[in-house]
Design a protein around this ligand. Structure first.
Ligand SMILES: [Mg+2]
Length: 271
C-alpha cells in the first residue's frame, strides 16, 4: 500500500482506492457531505436561517424576562447573569476546509492533522454566528463556548475566535475537553452561576448527553421524548460530515473495522 502522505493532493482524482485502503475508502464516502458543507448555498442559508431563528428566540426570552421582572417580587428575582452556550466546531467555526484536505489526502480524522489545522487559527466563522453572538452580548448575555477541542488547543482557539470578532473570546468563557467528551458537567458549571437562555450546536449532544444513545431507532425516540425541551432551549445546525449519528454506525476501532461496519449497514438495509 502506498504511504498516504506521499500522495497528498492526488488521492481523490487518482484511481479508485484499492479495496484494502480503508482510510481512503471511508474518506471518499464522506466527499458529498463535505462538498455540501463547504460549497452549498443551502448550507450557507441553513446556518443564516438558524442563527436568525436563534436571535428571534433570544429576543423573545429577553422580553419574557422583562415581563417577569414586573411581576415577581424583587427579593425572589433571579439575579444570575444571563448566558448563551454555544459549541464551536461546525457551530461557530467552519472546519469544512480541514475535511476537504482530509479527503484530498485520502485520510480519516487524525488528531495530529487536526491539531495542525487548529494551530493555524484560520477557520472561517459559520454564517450568521458572529452577528448572533454580538447581538446576544449587546443584549446583556455572556457567551460560553463549550467544545471538545483539547485543552492544548486553547490559545489557537481563542485567537481564531477573537480574530473573527466573537465576543467573550477569553479563557474564562472557553470550556475545553478535559478528559471526557460528555459536556454535561461543563454545562452544569455554567448553569450554576448563570441563567442559560439558549444553547446552539451541530450535535444533539451539545444539548443533552442522553442523545448519545442511538440504539433504538437511531435515537429518534429520545428526540420525540425531549422535543418540548429541544424546541424551547436548543438551536441545531446541520453537519452531514461527522457526528454521533455516524459514530453509531461506524463504531470504534480501526478504519478497516469502521469500513466493514458501514458496508454491513448498507448491505442489511434498503429494499
Ligand atoms: Mg460541533
Amino acid at each position: 500500500m502506498l504511504l498516504l502522505s506521499s500522495c497528498a493532493g492526488v488521492r481523490f482524482s487518482a484511481n479508485a482506492p484499492s479495496s484494502d485502503d480503508h482510510a481512503a475508502l471511508l474518506s471518499q464516502q464522506g466527499a458529498d457531505a463535505v462538498l455540501w458543507q463547504n460549497t452549498s448555498a443551502e448550507a450557507y442559508w441553513l446556518y443564516r436561517q438558524s442563527y436568525e431563528y436563534a436571535s428571534w428566540k433570544l429576543e423573545s426570552k429577553l422580553s419574557d424576562i422583562e415581563d417577569e421582572k414586573q411581576m415577581v417580587d424583587s427579593l425572589e428575582w433571579d439575579r444570575r447573569p444571563l448566558a448563551v452556550i454555544v459549541d464551536i466546531d461546525e457551530t461557530v467555526l467552519d472546519n469544512s476546509l480541514y475535511q476537504v484536505n482530509a479527503i484530498r489526502q485520502g485520510r480519516t480524522f487524525d488528531q495530529n492533522d487536526w491539531r495542525e489545522w487548529t494551530d493555524r487559527a484560520t477557520a472561517k466563522a459559520s454564517p450568521g454566528a458572529v452577528e448572533f453572538l454580538q447581538e446576544a452580548a449587546s443584549d446583556g448575555c455572556e457567551v460560553f463556548y463549550i467544545t471538545n477541542r483539547d485543552v492544548r488547543e486553547e490559545a489557537s482557539t481563542l485567537k481564531n475566535l477573537g480574530d473573527l470578532g466573537f465576543p467573550f473570546a477569553d479563557a474564562s468563557h472557553l470550556l475545553l475537553m478535559d478528559g471526557s467528551s460528555d459536556k454535561t458537567d461543563r454545562r452544569a458549571r455554567v448553569a450554576s452561576t448563570h441563567r442559560v437562555l439558549l444553547l446552539v450546536g451541530d450535535q444533539l449532544r451539545d444539548f443533552d448527553e442522553r442523545f448519545k444513545d442511538r440504539t433504538a431507532n437511531h435515537g429518534r425516540g429520545v428526540v420525540d421524548a425531549m422535543s418540548d425541551s429541544l424546541s424551547e432551549h436548543f438551536i441545531l445546525l446541520p453537519n452531514p460530515m461527522y457526528g454521533t449519528w455516524r459514530d453509531a454506525i461506524q463504531g470504534k476501532g480501526t478504519d478497516a473495522e469502521k469500513h466493514a461496519r458501514m458496508k454491513a449497514w448498507f448491505e442489511s438495509n434498503g429494499y
